[in-house]
Design a protein around this ligand. Structure first.
Ligand SMILES: [Zn+2]
Length: 76
């Protein structure tokens, strides 16, 4: 179900710490980390802590978290 961690999901494993990542920011609902395979040296990815298969599902299932992701991404 949406929001539940998925065992085969890279992002969920980063959130839980199963896969090491360089966390640059963390909020109640989001984690921002340096891209593991960056296209640019300072590329940072922002993901919701809850699992959603795509951005549309996140927006529908948790509008607050979706807004948090966008705000965190915009803050650089
Ligand atoms: Zn996930």
């Amino acid at each position: 179900m949406p929001g539940e961690p998925q065992t085969d999901c890279l992002f969920c494993k980063i959130v839980t710490g199963d896969i090491p990542a360089t966390i640059v920011r963390e909020s109640e609902t989001t984690v921002a980390f340096r891209d593991i395979n960056p296209q640019a040296p300072t590329h940072v990815l922002v993901i919701p802590k809850a699992h959603y298969p795509d951005a549309a599902s996140l927006a529908a299932g948790d509008p607050q978290a979706a807004a948090d992701v966008l705000r965190e991404a915009a803050s650089g």
